[in-house]
Design a protein around this ligand. Structure first.
Ligand SMILES: [Zn+2]
Length: 681
């Protein structure tokens, strides 16, 4: 019976240099760390020689042949981590004389000396042959690296590809001969997207799916059982290259295998856990929702540039437990140098991995994480780059959608959320940011508001107004107020309620806050004001947080610096209490929220008769007793608790309707899976 949570260890040694020492060390590491699969690096990073020849590959094939039976007799599978597809970066290397490959070209005409255009038929034939030779060894999975993308191929500016062949295709579809400058200016032009935008995104998608098909067919012609995994980067960046996740992974998987994905975990080096979780929710959690449920997902746990100077054992362990809500098959684990130094036993990762495995298996076996999700539905669209309006039209980065704001904010504030890829995924409460509304028709937008209570940030409100639909939320006109312009410096509660234990509580908004909208409402609008914005002279400037007609929260902050930016002042206890109060009063929340306790993140799952709540403590303070705002979970429950450290507990609890206390201690960077089954009124 395979483990419910598989460790896929990425193994680097340098054949001819230290394989004699490293292979025995690998076997003992695998046993001690309870590794399930070994992904052997080939032609990797510091010892990468460019697009290698078949003679060079022979050396690696020999290594793979020697390792495979040793692993298999221990019940461990062999996989291949061939390190380059298009190639990550030039790094001073070139194509060889017998490699007639076409270099990738950036928006300014710079040509790569080692990264290829994915349309290049010579390269496609080459990479297909390389992969076919791995398939002959019948590995469990062969991986395609995350250089399988258009962006991030240094020293190119942004990436490519605007080579002659690409320009020919763009021109053909546009029906006129285009210069690179003309096409780039067109695809980035501000306002309503020009037809060049769609040509760019469609052709990008087709180019990589074509290359994927060449690799897939070569592998499966040799061995149809070999799984093909894809490594990837940040989803809002891939949106700017037209990625259709299900289609691309489906192309790689072929007819008989499941899709396999290594999604990015956004911390190569150790971060404060709360900041890591914010990025995790805006990147990894969103990425998982863009894949089919049956995709085998093994995220990227890596401590680049390696050693415990980059990441501690404790943080590495936290990333394992902190990823479970993604609904995983396991984790890819990359811990040691890619220069061939080998496994460093004195680091002690193997003991940590061994100790964590039973709890990871038990939590994954519970079935909680594959159950339907509850809470606020944060809406994103992988095709957003087709529809968004750019600001200046000068940089490729302007094609990155900013739809994940609420995915970063809500979990930090104790509000469970999940990602919806269509408006129909929302069941009661939806959250919209950036220019998401441009992905919908006016009818879909009206339907979203009639079916749900909707959280809206300033950019979403701005977009709605630009679409001529601000009247749906009672708004007559808006204008932006710049932060630090003197117009406002703080927000003050105006509804007479006590938040954080003080009357008329204030929350700052200067220097580390954001721009805010000044909103004029329609005369007949049903507005319930929670707070207003004030200047330094205590003079009221504008209304701030308002609920309109019990259908939307107006959260007027926006104009953030990047798609992943949440200004520090928005992470604040007054704003947390207002937000939770708004959600509780709406009567539409279907999942419990965590009271207080900044960065104690709840994930809620509907397991039929059993409700699951997965709690991840991203704070540096321990939690003693978890107070929940229940939103309708009254009754007597049999509660089972699986902690990330320590023994499981079963107890009977009577839960109140408004609030209850789970008798639970969760240390910093620890987690607990709470499963609740009702046994009485
Ligand atoms: Zn090209």
């Amino acid at each position: 019976m395979p483990d419910a949570f598989r460790y896929c260890f990425r193994f680097c040694c340098d054949p001819g240099f230290n394989d004699g020492i490293e292979i025995p060390k690998l076997l003992s590491f695998v046993e001690e760390a309870r590794v399930d699969d070994v992904m052997v690096f080939v032609n990797v990073e510091e010892i990468n020689t460019g697009h290698m020849s078949e003679q060079e590959q022979d050396v690696w094939l020999d290594l793979l042949r020697r390792i495979k039976p040793l692993l298999n007799e221990r019940g461990v599978t062999l996989s291949v981590n061939h390190w380059h597809s298009l190639m990550h970066a030039d790094l001073g290397k070139q194509f060889r004389a017998d490699q007639p490959f076409r270099g990738m070209v950036d928006p300014y005409g710079n040509v790569s000396t080692l990264c290829v255009c994915p349309l290049d038929e010579n390269w496609r034939a080459y990479i297909a042959r390389i992969y076919a030779r791995y398939a002959a060894l019948s590995p469990d999975t062969v991986w395609v690296e995350d250089d399988f993308r258009y962006h991030n191929h240094a020293p190119l500016v942004w990436g490519g590809c605007f080579c002659e062949e690409h320009m020919h295709r763009f021109s053909e579809r546009a029906g006129k001969q285009l210069t690179r400058e003309e096409f780039v200016a067109g695809l980035l032009s501000p306002g309503e997207p020009s037809p060049y935008r769609q040509i760019w995104l469609d052709e990008c998608r087709a180019g990589l799916e074509g290359a994927a098909q060449a690799i897939e067919q070569a592998i499966h012609a040799v061995n149809p059982d070999v799984k093909i995994g894809l490594m990837s980067s940040v989803p809002y960046v891939h949106a700017a290259e037209g990625r259709n996740w299900k289609s691309l992974l489906g192309t790689f998987s072929g007819e008989k295998n499941p899709p396999v994905s290594r999604i990015h975990l956004p911390a190569y080096q150790e971060l404060v856990p709360s900041k890591y979780l914010q990025a995790f929710h805006m990147v990894s959690y969103v990425n998982r929702a863009l894949l089919t449920p049956e995709t085998l997902v093994y995220p990227e746990l890596e401590n680049y540039p390696y050693s415990r100077f980059s990441k501690s054992l404790a943080f590495t362990r936290f990333q394992l437990f902190g990823s479970l809500a993604l609904n995983l098959s396991g984790m890819t684990i990359d811990l040691f140098d890619l220069n061939g130094r080998g496994i460093i036993e004195q680091d002690g990762y193997q003991q940590m991995l061994r100790e964590a495995k039973p709890a990871l298996n038990a939590m994954n076996e519970s079935g909680a994480f594959s159950s339907p999700r509850k809470g606020v539905c944060v809406l994103v669209d992988e095709k957003a780059s087709y529809h968004l309006h750019t600001a200046s039209g000068t940089q490729m980065e302007e094609l990155y959608p900013a739809e994940v704001f609420w995915a970063g904010l809500l979990p930090a504030m104790g509000v469970p959320m999940y990602i919806g890829t269509a408006p129909e995924d929302a069941y009661g409460v939806a959250a919209v940011s950036g220019q998401y509304f441009r992905n919908l028709t006016p009818q879909q937008i009206e339907q979203l508001f009639s079916d749900n209570f909707v959280l809206l940030n300033g950019d979403a409100i701005d977009t709605l107004a630009d679409l001529g639909l601000a009247h749906l939320i009672g708004i007559q006109s808006i204008h932006w107020m710049a932060q630090n312009s003197g117009a406002y410096t703080y927000e003050q509660v105006t509804n007479g309620k006590i938040y954080t234990g003080v009357p008329a509580a204030r929350a700052s908004n200067v220097i580390s806050g954001s721009d805010a909208l000044n909103i004029e409402y329609l005369p007949n609008a049903d507005i319930e004001e929670y707070s207003a914005l004030y200047d330094s002279f205590r003079k009221r400037t504008a209304s701030c947080q308002c609920v309109v007609g019990n259908r939307a929260l107006i959260y007027p902050f926006g104009h953030f610096e990047s798609p992943q930016d949440i200004p520090p002042m928005l992470l604040n206890d007054v704003r947390q209490e207002i937000l939770q109060d708004v959600l509780a009063v709406s009567g539409r929340m279907n999942a419990p929220m965590v009271d207080g306790n900044p960065y104690l993140v709840p994930y809620a799952f509907d397991g039929g008769e059993t409700a699951h709540l997965y709690l991840v403590n991203g704070a540096m303070d321990a939690v003693n007793g978890v107070s929940l705002r229940l939103c309708g979970l009254c009754g007597t429950y049999s509660v089972s608790i699986l902690p990330s450290r320590g023994a499981p507990v079963v107890l009977t609890l009577r839960l109140g309707c408004e609030r209850c206390m789970l008798p639970l201690t969760i240390e910093p960077m620890e987690t607990a899976l709470v499963s609740m089954r009702r046994i009485g009124e």
